[in-house]
Design a protein around this ligand. Structure first.
Ligand SMILES: [Zn+2]
Length: 449
């Protein structure tokens, strides 16, 4: 059986038209000033080249890159470049609505969920069927993808510097041979500065995380250097609607509820990366933080993501704290929805619980839901997104097994992790470091060999 849900797709680009609609012709090429061969000749876009840093002490002052390693940035990445260019596109009227005019409030309660009334996001579109039971699907060039966006929607190219220091070129050629990574606006923003990070856009990669792509997203968070600028990722089956590799990001100057949720530490690996589990939060998830280098963190989290992808488990990722803290949330809402297991009361809200909603930023489409927004309602929706306690345990075990098998974890880590993984998950927070007998003896021999 193929599981599908119907939903109104978010229009992220002005070129994401209904079939048959033509964009207005202007200039040369195909007339859309797109990112394909027809329009890339002589194309020029700003280029921000970040400094690749290997010796990052994560967690210092919330900044991923120590100031003395960083040098003077050639341009203020977040304020001048990203937000400056974003505002320029707003002035040019490229967005479908004015997100700064959307009402937003903090919902009273312990967690301070954030509610936004966004009535413009789903207008003028027909619901479309999405297959939600396959996390990995091949790229399909006939469907909308980011090579079809107009160059005016691109803010800048983003890549590693070859000079050992950050560089900025306001007007750099676009080199199709090197398939540049692009930062583009989302024309249906849910917050100020809402952009898309599209790794190696011309390679037409499907929506699928690997270490290199995650590393780019982490570098972007580190380069922004502001904990209120986060990046998010939705897998297929977890409310991504475009099967072309992309992350989202925006700026919102309040803590997300998920960032404030208590955690219990499960283990710290030799690389310095700590893995914890969220407690007392409606969606069960893992938290990865620290590591001697950002690469350690990217490796650990991408191993976990690859494991989920290979096991066909939909998931969302939030990159917080300047790239130093990453939340991984396997979810099952779309599957339940397809199976008819979600109440009509929740379905009627048409809220798609993707990474931002799971993190506690509830984007509501109906005034009624906005007015009645309460912590209880937010919790009730998010509880449906979460895996059950039992299933989460199974999935966590798979993830830890994958991290253990990965070449970067040495024997000591594997032994430590295997013991730590089997911590009883029902214990109160203060008892979590108690190690109990392994309940997965079969895992041990393979991993310790
Ligand atoms: Zn073109």
């Amino acid at each position: 059986m193929m599981l599908k849900i119907k939903r109104v797709p978010t229009v992220v680009s002005n070129y994401q038209k209904e079939d048959g609609e033509e964009g207005s012709r202007r200039g040369g090429g195909c007339g859309r000033n797109c990112l394909q061969n027809c329009c890339l000749q002589d194309a020029r876009l700003p280029l921000y080249a970040f400094k690749k840093v290997d010796s990052i002490v994560a967690g210092n002052d919330g900044a991923g890159v120590p100031e003395d390693d960083k040098g003077e940035p050639p341009v203020a990445f977040l304020d001048s470049l990203l937000l400056g260019e974003w505002e320029d596109r707003m002035q040019r009227g490229l967005f479908r609505y004015d997100v700064t005019a959307c009402e937003t409030k903090v919902i009273p309660g312990q967690y301070c969920f954030i509610a936004q009334l966004n009535e413009g996001r789903h207008l003028k579109k027909r619901p479309t069927e999405f297959r939600v039971d396959k996390v990995l699907q091949p790229f399909d060039g006939n469907k909308f993808n980011f090579t079809k966006v107009g160059q005016e929607e691109v803010l800048f190219q983003f890549g590693a510097s070859e000079e050992g220091e950050a560089q900025f070129f306001p007007d750099a050629p676009v080199d199709p041979e090197n398939s540049p990574t692009m930062v583009a606006i989302n024309v249906s923003p849910i917050e100020y500065g809402h952009v898309l990070l599209i790794p190696r856009v011309l390679d037409c990669l499907p929506q699928r995380i690997d270490c290199d792509s995650l590393m780019l997203a982490i570098y972007m968070a580190a380069e922004a250097g502001n904990p209120y600028f986060r990046l998010g990722y939705n897998s297929l089956g977890a409310f991504a609607t475009i099967n072309h590799l992309h992350f989202q990001a925006y700026y919102l100057a309040v803590p997300f509820p998920i960032e404030k949720a208590p955690v219990k530490e499960i283990t710290t690996l030799n690389s310095g990366m700590k893995i914890s589990e969220l407690v007392n939060y409606p969606v069960r998830g893992l938290v990865f933080e620290g590591g001697n280098t950002l690469l350690d963190l990217s490796k650990g989290v991408s191993d976990a993501c690859i494991c989920l992808q290979e096991n066909n488990i939909p998931y969302n990722v939030l990159i917080a704290d300047c790239g130093n803290r990453i939340f991984l949330l396997p979810q099952c809402y779309a599957e339940k929805q397809a199976l008819g297991e979600v109440s009509s009361e929740l379905l009627d809200t048409q809220v798609n619980p993707a990474v931002w909603e799971i993190s506690g930023h509830m984007v509501l489409k109906r005034k009624k839901d906005y007015e009645e927004a309460s912590e209880e309602n937010a919790w009730r929706l998010l509880a449906e997104v979460s895996l059950s306690e039992e299933r989460f345990q199974e999935v966590s075990d798979l993830i830890f097994e994958a991290i253990c098998y990965s070449g970067d974890v040495n024997g000591t880590d594997s032994e430590k992790l295997l013991k730590d993984v089997n911590v009883e998950h029902h214990q109160p927070v203060e008892e979590v470091n108690v190690i109990i007998e392994s309940s997965h003896p079969a895992m041990v021999p393979g991993i310790l060999n």
